[in-house]
Design a protein around this ligand. Structure first.
Ligand code: S3P
Length: 161
């Protein structure tokens, strides 16, 4: 297979618990690219977990931090970026993500989403209703995530010809 030369970032969006981090790590490993997890970058910057920031300072404050990290990391080249599930809530974020990136939406059955340590996932159906159009609107390519390795391969496949 021939590698399609591309400096484009791979940006992964989707519902909380849909597997963005696992799939992103796998893609980065297979393609030998740097992996960046926006939630983790926020955590490194403020020394608090996203759930703690939201619980203590509220969601708007967290969203500001999120936009700042997205802006900073999406300027890079050839990296794999996993975003937080709410990154589609601000239009501004779209322009940062699209700056140099191909946006992959991970879809997964709501009942299969991982809800561990996710304060906003209490009512997943409602969250999905509020967000689904935005996820689709932001995405370049939609992939169904049933299996981490298969999904990673599908994403990588878009960079080969
Ligand atoms: C959020 C999802 C979380 C994290 C924060 C808010 C959301 O990331 O950014 O708790 O609004 O959907 P994951 O999608 O990795 O769970």
């Amino acid at each position: 297979r021939k590698f399609r030369m591309s400096l484009e970032n791979i940006v992964i969006i989707g519902m909380p618990g849909s597997g963005k981090t696992s799939v992103g790590k796998s893609v980065a490993r297979n393609m030998n690219r740097e992996f960046i997890d926006i939630d983790l970058e926020i955590e490194k910057t403020v020394k608090m977990k996203p759930s703690e920031i939201i619980n203590q300072y509220g969601e708007p404050h967290f969203r500001q931090l999120e936009t700042e990290e997205l802006r900073r990391h999406c300027m890079k080249n050839e990296v794999v970026i996993s975003t937080g599930g709410g990154s589609i809530l601000k239009r501004e974020n779209y322009y940062y993500m699209k700056e140099n990136g191909m946006l992959f939406l991970l879809e997964r059955e709501l009942s299969k989403l991982d809800r561990k340590d996710r304060p906003l996932s209490k009512s997943i159906e409602k969250l999905y209703e509020q967000r689904k159009e935005k996820y689709i609107d932001f995405s370049d390519i939609i992939v169904q995530n049933e299996n981490i390795e298969e999904t990673a391969k599908e994403i990588e496949g878009k960079f080969y010809e």
